[in-house]
Design a protein around this ligand. Structure first.
Ligand code: ADP
Ligand code: 5GP
Length: 201
């Protein structure tokens, strides 16, 4: 029997560096699958349909909810975001580990629906540094930065239900920490037993 893939969920306050960390992780681990979400927000410059997101209309998004096509979905800053369930399940069934990069409400849904999912929360080394990163990225207005900083404090206060907490101070350390989590989860007895039984002489 082949091993089923593991579902990894990464969340972090906006500006912490989750996209940066996950991009680096995927570059080092092409065997990991990345779940492409659907969203009703407009594409930002450089974002590609089907690579960064599936950009859909609010009507199409509602239809996907009605047809039960989402593993989870949530509202975030006046747009909707959701994880299409079918590609994730197909990948896991084929033995591929998958990563979802989603906000905390959706992550909690995944935890309820898939209790074996592994939840990783990334935190910035300090709120000052978070604000520096948000400003440095240059993609938010002053008002949005203030709203995201406020949201960050609430999010950090709620990270208790996550399985792992990783501090994104030095990027390479944070990537190595997430890599270590993936490796440790792959070595867990319930995941590796069948392989060992089948492979040992
Ligand atoms: P998120 O996806 O969590 O919103 P990003 O990945 O867009 O965050 O990162 C926010 C900003 O912080 C980007 O400009 C990115 O280059 C920078 N950044 C990410 N990780 C680090 C780090 N470890 N040290 C310094 N800057 C970082
Ligand atoms: P952004 O608009 O900056 O790309 O994403 C905003 C927030 O939505 C981020 O925290 C991102 O991780 C989250 N997000 C992206 N896709 C999904 C999804 O499918 N479901 C949920 N719940 N959140 C998502």
């Amino acid at each position: 029997m082949s091993r089923r893939g593991t579902l990894f969920v990464v969340s972090a306050p906006s500006g912490t560096g989750k996209d940066t960390v996950v991009r680096e992780l995927l570059a080092r681990h092409p065997e990991l699958g990345f779940s492409v979400s659907a969203t009703t927000r407009k594409p930002r410059p450089g974002e590609q349909e089907g690579v960064d997101y599936y950009f859909v209309s609010p009507e199409r998004f509602s239809e996907m909810i009605e047809k039960n096509e989402f593993l989870e979905y949530a509202e975030y800053t006046s747009a909707s975001y959701g994880t299409p369930a079918a590609p994730v399940d197909e990948a896991l069934d084929s033995g591929r580990d998958m990563i979802l990069v989603i906000e905390m409400t959706g992550a909690r849904w995944v935890q309820v629906k898939r209790p074996d999912a592994v939840l990783i929360f990334l935190v910035p080394p300090s709120f000052e540094e978070l604000e520096r990163r948000l400003r440095g990225r240059g993609t938010e207005t002053e008002e949005q930065i203030e709203a995201r900083m406020k949201k960050a404090r609430t999010e950090v206060a709620q990270m208790g239900g996550y399985d792992y907490i990783v501090i994104n101070d030095e990027l390479s350390d944070a990537v190595a920490d997430v890599e270590a989590i993936v490796r440790a989860e792959r070595l867990k007895a319930n995941k590796s037993l069948e392989t060992v039984k089948g492979g040992l002489k």
